[in-house]
Design a protein around this ligand. Structure first.
Ligand code: NAD
Ligand code: ZN
Length: 374
């Protein structure tokens, strides 16, 4: 796996990559690319000049215009236990973005200079059992941009052409820049569920839960109940089309009232908070479905007999986005105009205000936070 490294001198990188073309070598001047870098194994990021990424023959170089900031970036910024176990500085952070293709590798056939694109940030092997059975989203060899290799909080990013997703002409760079978390919401809401006419409870109205509210609305759910502990986010849930915006203590009563004591057909668990996960199992109807996106911070107890088995429910674990069914669904919903994620975007910052962007997310009331890079 090619791993562009901001510290490698350009000349060395060009020599090391035997596939690099002369044109790539010419693009390797230092100092013309800004990147937000996790420089050392400690808290914070720095914004600094790096060499322009070198693309392989099967990759494209993308000029980044918009990029979404995510909870994962906050983990890396804080350098918490997960980040310490997973990340190897120095590397450029960021995994949600959209921009323009400015250079294509020799073997790339279906992406051209000037194309408006975003990309699937999970780079999979394409050869394992999972990849070959249509389950690349759980490929055990996955490498994630901005985590395992250089990411998109930069003027340019190199991406395998096979990960590139063309933006529909109706889709802005800003919306393109949040396809990754929107895709999480599409995956969670639509896989294995038939939403038309169904009652849905969404526990957790962070950016992904908020997208899910709008998706469930567009997909024809008859009643959408959204719960959160944060009043600003509950207001956003109402704007996205929720019928009921609930705090957790009210959820059981309102779900019963709206479903004739049955419980909801589907719960989308999008908080990762243990009490909300127990509530998801408690408030789904017998024989219903719980789609689990939220990631608990540590192991938690579940009473399998009463919470899952004797309720006859189906529990689905969400990983990323299905490749590429989720992307096709997302594009079709956006193109039709039946789903508009714009209200979820509450904060926009230039790259140099990265500390403010991280603070906005940590504040807990922001919807989606994006960088306006170019
Ligand atoms: P977020 O942390 O902004 O959203 C979580 C929301 O849950 C917050 O608004 C919070 O106020 C709310 N919440 C807290 N306690 C609650 C409770 N008891 N009941 C209901 N809501 C409660 O995060 P996000 O970016 O929207 O992501 C949502 C979750 O999905 C996170 O846990 C994240 O780690 C996870 N995630 C998973 C995947 C995946 O592939 N499985 C991908 C991206 C994110
Ligand atoms: Zn694989």
């Amino acid at each position: 796996m090619h791993f562009p490294h901001p510290k490698s001198p350009a000349s060395f990188r060009a020599r090391r990559d035997r596939n690099a073309s002369i044109r790539i070598t010419l693009h390797c001047e230092r100092g013309d690319v800004r990147a937000l870098v996790k420089e050392t194994a400690g808290p914070g990021f720095i914004l600094r000049d790096v060499a322009r990424p070198v693309i392989r023959d099967d990759e494209v170089l993308i000029k980044v215009r918009r990029a979404g900031v995510c909870g994962t970036d906050v983990h890396i910024y804080d350098w918490d236990a997960w980040a310490q176990g997973r990340c190897r500085p120095p590397f450029t952070v960021g995994h949600e973005f959209a921009g323009d293709v400015v250079q294509v590798g020799r073997l790339v056939a279906d992406v051209r200079e000037g194309d408006r694109v975003t990309a699937e940030g999970h780079i999979v092997c394409g050869r394992c059992h999972l990849c070959r059975t249509g389950n690349a989203h759980v490929c055990p060899n996955t490498r994630i941009i901005g985590v395992d290799r250089d990411g998109c909080f930069a003027d340019y990013i190199a991406m395998p052409a096979s990960n590139v997703w063309h933006l529909d002409e109706s889709v802005s760079y800003e919306i393109g820049g949040i396809h990754d978390p929107m895709g999480n919401a599409f995956h969670t809401a639509l896989v294995g569920t038939e939403l038309p006419g169904k009652t849905v409870l969404i526990t957790g109205c962070g950016p992904i839960g908020l997208f899910a509210v709008g998706i469930c609305k567009a997909a024809g759910a008859s009643r959408i109940l959204a719960s959160d502990v944060n009043a600003t986010r509950l207001d956003l849930a109402l704007r996205m089309g929720a019928h009921d915006a609930l705090t957790p203590p009210d959820a059981a009563r309102v779900v019963k009232a709206r479903t004739a004591d049955l419980g909801v057909d589907v719960v989308l668990e999008m908080s990762g908070v243990p009490s909300a996960i127990h509530q998801a199992f408690a408030l789904v109807r017998v024989g219903g479905r719980v789609q689990m996106l939220g990631i608990p911070a540590k192991p938690m107890d579940v009473d399998f007999a009463t919470e899952i088995i004797f309720k006859g429910i189906t529990v689905y674990g969400v990983v990323g986005r299905r490749m590429y069914d989720t992307w096709i669904q997302m594009t079709q919903f956006l193109r039709s105009g039946q789903f508009d994620p714009t209200p979820v975007i509450t904060h926009r910052f230039p790259l140099e205000r990265f500390d403010d962007a991280i603070a906005a997310i940590k504040g807990g009331s922001a919807g989606k936070v994006v960088f306006e890079i170019a």
